[in-house]
Write a protein that binds this ligand. Structure first.
Ligand code: ZN
Length: 303
């Protein structure tokens, strides 16, 4: 059975770890049901939290983790991993907290020193993204993992123009500070830079029912990349692992329990109304007019 948002009304925020019964808030672009009312996480932060959990065995005993362009919502998720050293980098100053200002094309990090690097929605800003990808491959340790996310259009090649005027970029790439829109060749670009990668989507990781329960975006894609051309990519739970099927079963069971609870509530309300009506009838009768037998029955029943 496939769940839907109509089957189970409540949701679970995988970022702050709480069950949310209120409506999720709209996202930055006004899309409905996107932002957790408790912690402010968006769909991608909740998916990142689940992804980090799924990669658990690969993320034990971390030495250095690097977050590129950190956010208020993602930093706590990465902090939870308990790495010995955490480095937050960004190109420029704003109100976010960073440890150093640096370009992705010249990372101030030693070769093979990073066990986890998280880089969401950055590469589309970088004119020389090949150098940026090579830098990621350079700093990753042999066991290192990079989690990458970019805007992508499936079925077409990457369209890019780092020299385009800002107003032209808005029209062609969606934002004045984007220089490209990635397409199907993104994986090849990673491979050319020395990164082997797998694509992970929310439905593949946790199943359709859990996509709804966690308020994720079904079409989101994260690239889980490792240094080297043919080395083993992390083993992620997917459709074959049983995790998605387990979520489907649990959430279907939860939906049935909620439906049973709703029916029981309706029955209880009907019985309470009948009881109140009976009480009103008994209280309304005058003692003189009440049949002695009814009085005795009433006393016996403590009504
Ligand atoms: Zn939350």
């Amino acid at each position: 059975m496939t769940g839907s948002r109509h089957d189970v009304h409540r949701a679970y925020c995988a970022a702050c770890g709480t069950r949310v019964s209120r409506q999720f808030r709209p996202g930055p672009d006004g899309r409905p049901d996107a932002k957790c009312p408790r912690c402010g996480s968006l769909e991608r932060h909740r998916f990142l939290s689940l992804l980090l959990g799924s990669l658990g065995p690969d993320l034990r005993d971390l030495d250095t983790v690097v977050e590129i362009a950190p956010s208020r919502q993602s930093t706590p998720l990465i902090d939870r991993l308990g790495a010995r050293r955490r480095v937050r980098l960004d190109l420029g100053h704003d109100k976010r907290e960073v440890d150093a200002l640096a370009s992705l094309t010249a990372l101030p990090l030693r070769d093979a020193s990073v066990d986890l690097l998280v880089c969401y929605h950055v590469l589309e800003h970088v004119p020389d993204d090949c150098t940026a990808m090579r830098e990621i491959a350079r700093v990753l340790s042999p066991r290192g993992i990079a989690l990458l996310e970019v805007p992508i259009r499936m079925g077409v090649a990457t369209e890019e123009d780092p020299l385009a005027a800002p107003e032209d970029r808005v029209r062609r790439f969606g934002q004045a500070d984007h220089v490209r829109w990635y397409g199907d060749d993104f994986d090849d670009r990673l491979a050319a830079a020395g990164l082997s990668s797998v694509r992970v989507t929310p439905p593949a990781l946790v199943g359709e029912a859990a996509v709804s329960w966690f308020r994720l975006m079904a079409h989101e894609v994260v690239w889980v990349a490792r240094p080297g051309q043919a080395c083993g990519t992390p083993v992620l739970p997917g459709s074959g692992s049983g995790l998605a099927a387990a979520f489907d079963a649990v959430l279907a069971d939860l939906a049935r329990t909620e439906a049973r609870l709703a029916r029981a509530r309706t029955r209880a309300e009907r019985l309470a109304a009948e009881r109140d009506a009976l009480r009103a009838r008994l209280a309304g009768g005058q003692p003189s007019a009440e049949h002695p037998m009814l009085t005795r029955l009433r006393r016996a029943a403590h009504l």
